[in-house]
Design a protein around this ligand. Structure first.
Ligand code: CTP
Length: 428
């Protein structure tokens, strides 16, 4: 694959040298275009030596090859890392004041992935977020930054995602096959890339919904639920670590999305439905971990509902929301799509049946492939850091139990999904 690696002017540019190695060792032809500022952090000689190609950031070099047009035209994939606030602003505004922004404008139909890095305040600034929205609305994949120690003494969201995560997201975006293993050559200190067995979802796209939907009553009030989004976020991180390209459809969450995934924010069940149906068209796996409101207010007041002494107190009438999971299964079956669909269910037992009876009935009703059942009890409440689940399969295999931290449960669910997929598609 012909890859353009755009490097922005941030300290994280030094980590991009490892990303470049991952691409070249996987056999891709990479041309690096650093911005002027990027070369103050990592010099042109490094990029030339590691890519094996001459490196320029000026539209006035190699004019006879019409470089500013050719590079974008010929690329199969453009990756920008670190995508600094300034670089994203220039790309969003459609500027063409250096070779990299010219190339982005010439990119045509080739996929573009940006991996941001900057200080938390810059990432959260309204101007930056607006630019991210603009780029995403134009089809650019902007990954979430990682959280952690930043260049100064500050910590928070803004770190460049790990080179391995950017690598996996980029290959999956371009529809490239799973990353080949690199075995360290004798006598070298090369870091090996994780073997395929550790990245069983490489090359696959996984869509995960998380958090709780909010159904508006008026401009200031909503009907919501207690979902924290922690389990969905843990699943997104586990799927990412298994090598998948991950799309997170984030309803209201108490925790930030993990680094290296593509996040779409949604508010209501109807918004989640639209995002899920859209994402489903090219997803290999869909995991519905979101707590979707079954009902929404029939009428949403355009202005704040006031209490008044001269009229009766309002009565809220609810209408049913669509069952998104059920619809995803119907659409998949109608299109004969090869897709694994996983539901979640929080259940309690009662005098008429135990948790598994109700869960089996739900699995039949929803017709998804796997149902991850949460036993909701007195001591098990939303927002906890631990979880205990049973994974049921429509194909009828034995229920599988998993418990521990939400990351442990996520890893068990992703392992089970990988096992189900390898049963359908034998590894090459
Ligand atoms: N779900 C959905 N759309 C809805 C409600 C739920 O897609 N309108 C999904 C959830 O994301 C979850 C699964 O369906 O994966 C089960 O959710 P749950 O709330 O347990 O099921 P319900 O169908 O709402 O059944 P119940 O009457 O038990 O609440």
């Amino acid at each position: 694959m012909r890859i353009i690696l755009g490097v922005g002017g941030g300290i994280a540019a030094y980590k991009v040298a490892s990303l470049l190695r991952l691409f070249t060792e996987a056999g891709h032809d990479v041309t690096v275009i650093p911005t002027e500022a990027a070369t103050r952090f990592v010099g042109v000689a490094t990029w030339e030596a590691l890519s094996g190609h001459p490196v320029s950031n000026s539209v006035f070099d190699d004019v006879h090859t019409v470089n500013h047009v050719r590079l974008g035209h010929e690329a199969d994939l453009i990756v920008v890392a670190p995508a600094t606030a300034d670089l994203r602003a220039r790309a969003a505004a459609g500027q063409a004041n250096d070779l990299l922004t010219n190339t982005l404008l010439m990119a045509g139909s080739c996929p573009v992935l940006m991996a941001p890095a900057m200080h938390t305040e810059m990432w959260q600034h309204a101007a930056t977020q607006a630019n991210v929205e603009t780029l995403r609305s134009r089809g650019v994949t902007v990954l979430e930054p990682a959280s952690g120690r930043l260049t100064g003494s500050d910590t928070g969201p803004g770190r460049l995602p790990d080179p391995e995560a950017i690598f996996a997201a980029a290959l999956a975006l371009a529809g490239a096959p799973a990353a080949p293993t690199t075995v360290p050559q004798p006598g070298t200190n090369e870091e090996p890339v994780a073997p395929p067995s550790a990245r069983p979802l490489a090359g696959l796209t996984v869509t995960i919904s998380a958090g709780g939907t909010r159904e508006p009553l008026d401009p200031v009030r909503f009907l919501g639920n207690r979902s924290s989004g922690k389990q969905g976020v843990a699943l997104a991180a586990a799927a990412r670590d298994a090598g998948a390209r991950v799309r997170l459809l984030a309803a209201h969450m108490d925790v930030p999305p993990p680094a290296g995934v593509e996040t779409t924010k949604v508010e209501t069940a109807l918004e989640l439905r639209a995002a899920a149906l859209h994402a489903a068209a090219d997803s290999d796996v869909i995991i519905m971990a979101a707590a979707v409101a079954d009902f929404r207010p029939a009428d949403v007041a355009g202005t704040k509902i006031k209490k008044r002494d001269d009229v009766a107190d309002p009565v809220i009438t609810l209408v049913r929301n669509p069952d998104i999971l059920r619809e995803l299964v119907e659409v998949r079956d109608a299109a004969s799509r090869d897709q694994l669909i996983v539901g979640f269910a929080a259940e309690t037992g009662d005098a008429d049946g135990d948790v598994l009876d109700y869960a089996m009935a739900k699995l039949r009703r929803k017709a998804c492939d796997l149902l991850v059942v949460n036993h909701v009890g007195q001591d098990r409440v939303f927002g906890e850091d631990t979880n205990s689940v049973v994974i049921l399969s429509r194909a009828g295999s034995e229920p599988q139990e998993a418990s521990g931290s939400k990351s442990d449960v996520a890893a068990a669910v992703i392992d089970r999904i990988s096992a189900e997929l390898s049963r359908v598609v034998p590894p090459a």
